[in-house]
Design a protein around this ligand. Structure first.
Ligand code: IPE
Ligand code: IPE
Ligand code: MG
Length: 280
């Protein structure tokens, strides 16, 4: 948070927005469905790939802002298992842009102490893309700030299938297959995101009210935020507004809200209610 405020000019709109954010209630994990590149290009009578090119800069701004804000994990949906249905030229341009991003952004990742990770069926990616990803993952491996998860060739259902298969494989290997019992923890710790907390805030740009097979398991209790802004137009201001909106939400997880006036994190149990019960 301090890092973000120091990087902004006092009195600027973003600086005022950042100041309004409660550092004690930051989302630990933000996940973003970066959508609307094609429509951004279409509105300018440009080919779809021009929208993908214009979508690179907001990735940098978003990653840098989240890191400076103190967010622990940022997961960006870059390519879904379904996106192979697109024309070959578009898919190849996406791979070229990803390689360009990785090369270009390494200094930004290092400067902000960001560790890159990839989630998805990475084995199916072109060799040059995998090489570039591996090189960036290795180069940022000892960074201890925010984790940036790029979801590439990612599908939420595919992830759950992969998790269950890996559990079965392990059980076959260690001979425990006949007594194996599934539970939520076992599945959660076998997902690609095993080491990350679940997303607190899921942002989708371009106004679509759907999840499109993203982090199906992990978003069980994420707060959803959909903006009409198309991804290439997504700015630091949009991100700060999403975080402010998140901080207004009442997260009940199926329980009841804390009575007004209680500081965040204070929970009500029978013991703390005893004095009030005696008075009534
Ligand atoms: C998101 O933008 C980028 C990817 C899915 C790779 P789109 O390409 O889906 O843009 P729209 O939704 O067609 O506008
Ligand atoms: C979701 O966007 C995938 C990514 C942002 C990478 P899509 O554009 O593929 O999703 P749909 O087709 O609108 O559901
Ligand atoms: Mg789309």
């Amino acid at each position: 948070m301090k890092a973000l405020l120091e990087s902004l000019r006092p009195g600027d709109k973003d600086s005022e927005l950042a100041r309004a954010i409660d550092p004690a209630r930051l989302p630990e994990h933000i996940a973003i469905i970066m959508d609307g590149n094609g429509r951004w290009a279409g509105r300018r009578f440009l080919p779809r790939v021009a929208g993908h090119k214009a979508g690179v800069a907001p990735v940098r701004v978003t990653a840098e802002t989240c890191a400076r804000l103190g967010v622990k994990v940022l997961t960006l949906f870059a390519f879904s298992v379904e996106n192979w249905k697109r024309p070959r030229h578009e898919v190849e341009t996406l791979w070229r842009l990803l390689r360009y991003y990785l090369k270009q952004e390494l200094p930004t990742l290092q400067k902000n102490d960001i560790r890159l990770q990839v989630i998805g069926r990475v084995d199916a990616l072109p060799l040059e893309v995998r090489r570039e990803l591996d090189a960036t993952i290795d180069a940022t491996f000892s960074n201890r700030g925010m984790v940036l998860n790029l979801a590439i060739n990612y599908g939420g259902r595919a992830e759950i299938v992969d998790a269950v298969n890996s559990i079965l494989d392990m059980a076959r290997l260690d001979g425990s297959i006949h007594t194996l019992k599934m539970d939520e923890d076992l599945i959660a710790t076998s997902l690609y995101t095993a080491s990350c907390p679940d997303p607190d805030l899921l942002i989708r740009t371009s106004g679509e009210m759907r999840i499109s097979n993203f982090l199906l398991w992990q978003i069980a209790y994420a707060e959803l935020y959909v903006t009409e802004t198309l991804w290439p137009d997504f700015t630091r201001t949009d991100l700060l507004l999403a975080v402010l909106e998140y901080q207004k939400r009442d997260r009940r997880y199926g329980g009841l809200s804390a009575p007004r006036g209680l500081p965040a994190g204070v929970t009500i149990n029978e013991e703390s209610l005893q004095p009030a019960l005696r008075e009534s």
